[in-house]
Design a protein around this ligand. Sequence first.
Ligand code: PLP
Length: 387
Amino acid sequence: MSQIGVESAFEVLVRARELERKGKHVIHLEIGEPDFPTPAHIVEAAKRALDEGYTHYGPTQGLPELRESVARYVSITRDIRVGPQHVAIVPGGKPIIFFPMLALIESGDEVIYPNPGFPIYESMIRFSGGVPVPIPLIEDRGFSFDLDLLRKRLSSKTKLMVLNSPQNPTGGVIPPEDIRAIADLVRDRDLMVLSDEIYSRIYYGEPPVSIANLPGMLEKTIILDGFSKTYAMTGWRMGYGVMPEWLVDAVNKLMVNSNSCTATFTQRAGIAAIDGPQQPVNAMVAEFRRRRDAFCAGLNQVPGIRCALPGGAFYAFANITGTGIGSKELADRMLYEGGVSCLNGGAFGKFGEGYIRFSYANSYENLMLAVERIKTVAASGLAVGTG
Ligand code: PLP
């Protein structure tokens, strides 16, 4: 247990709520979940499923009809050919980090992963007995990997490589040419790629490319995706992995030992989500784009802060080194002095130091108010810094 980590977003949320209980007004830009309701037709499908008696155990791997829908959807969106036998339905996207890592990593195996990155990667690598090999993401490269360093870090011990695009916490999208270069580096190696595509539908430019689409990569790739972000269903706890059948077998064993199955009425709602109208998703992404443009423009006017325009997800990862304040201290002061709850980039790994993650999954008005508060807090730092 000493090896396992936590996720700071949940801790900061607790602190922010504590302040609110004491009467402070807090703008929540810490937690990574869409602030939109789950679309009504999905909620209706769940209610209908309950009335129809979907209240019992289901197959460990997931309802066949949902696995069919997921296989069809993933085949179309990634331009690959997969079937329901490749799909494992699990309670959230996270189990597709947890289970494949437990299944694949032996003590001493090296695992490459992005830093800054979703904290659960490093936590689970350590918990599984693996050796974490962080690859820094480079701000000037749109927060893509340093490919030369990636080449150097690959070794005969590398068992798994984690990719995440669009990315948490930076909002970066790995460009197609980088995906191709990464595939060329790993194609002939005895390793698997965990491609975390949980933000696959939330992008503002060219659609992200899945490494599974490249020649020879499908049999080496585990695609992680789910319902949490795309359909604003974070609390429903439903996600899926698409992977070779031999690994589906391992995930099934871990599932039957831990969860038995994913709740069946939520899976029926999952079918409605994938096969039903997509207009709510498009509307949500359009609104995220509007907020992204205004919020990043606002941040870039704050002396000492610069923020690259993110290509996907709903995070702005602002470089705050010009304020003269450390990112942990600044994030704390934003919360306690400014009433803006945000995350220290260092909580996503050492290469996140000097950055702050803001989730713009909050109203346009709140985001504009947050910019004003951020200005005030940042200015106090500059004043101290310039003596
Ligand atoms: N992967 C990334 C990069 C995430 O940011 C998250 C959630 O924040 C997840 C996976 C987990 O998603 P879920 O809530 O479906 O478990």
